[in-house]
Design a protein around this ligand. Sequence first.
Ligand code: GLA
Length: 386
Amino acid sequence: MNLKRITAVYKDIFDGESKNLLTVSAPGRINLIGEHTDYNGGFVLPIAIDRNIYMAGEKRNDRIIRVYSIDYDQNVQFDLDSIQFNKEKIWVNYVAGVIKSLLETSADINGADIVFGGDIPEGAGLSSSAALEVATVYFFKILFDLEISSIEMIKLCQKAENKFVGVNCGIMDQFVSMLGEKDHALFLDCRNLSYENIPLKLGEFNVVVCNTNVKRELAGSEYNKRRATCERAVSSLKRSLPQIETLRDVSMKEFEKYKGSLDEITQKRCKHVLYENKRVLDAIKALGRNDILEFGRLMNESHESLKKNYEVSCLELDTMVNIARSINGVIGARMTGGGFGGCTVNIVKKKNINNFRSLISREYEKRTRIKPQIYICNPENGSRRL
Ligand code: GLA
């Protein structure tokens, strides 16, 4: 997908002159470390990647939205004044949800003709849905010259996913898709949304992503369950620690003192969140002193905790991680994103990447009978006008 292709498709579908065609893109993401911490007010360290949703379109003079998905080869039309959840064409809900949230802010928008497509594999945990939301809000901001800040747009996308699509996601994916920076990782404090773009200097190493090609079927329901467990834990800990709002506000010491009021599973979930936050801070310190080995070690630890304490890994993710760790030149391997399938993120010595590629492909397919995909990922910029 590129500018030329999307422009051509637009002309084809809408028979448009496309003189005023607006084109934008928004990327997918990989989270390096800090998993299931965002909705607990914690820390995350994702990068935007060079896989995007591309969106093109122009204004209409009425209240109709016509939107065409290139990848699904499907058209949907709806009215701005009666936006409903679409049970058949789920993809359109990410677009419609964002538009609905925009209207709720009294944004002065009208109808539009839109086409979009992309190269972020769907269901792979690379946040293709957040990218679609971010592309949509950014597209409308420019098209209708809206006065809305990046943070407001990010929150609006999250709201669309929480309230309209029904997944109680945190804010990480939308944040990095909007504000990621080339060659940098984005260190975000989800409690107050302060952030810093940190140079990702990996020296002789590269970030390599492996797609298990197991779709994240359980992701929605189990994800919402994990979030609810964390919220219940906060309510319960609040009896002894009335000042806390999220698990982020609980210190390790306080947790050790009061964890007895929580059942065993809830304790494990909290333990993951608390220690994962610390791992993010340690990982940033390690990056600062170019200690990539330590960075990799923390990633490994993160995976173990996601597997044993948070229980969001799966056989295929664990298999992929185990194979990776047995290969020369790999210093860190973990699942990334919500879990239950999707991708792993690995730190691999550049000179070993070819070998890594062939060994992962061969071994993973041998053990699971599924063909994996392997991508080399460099941090890219967030949403932009093309
Ligand atoms: C999904 C969600 C994010 C985040 C991760 C887990 O990607 O969309 O908000 O919670 O899972 O870290």
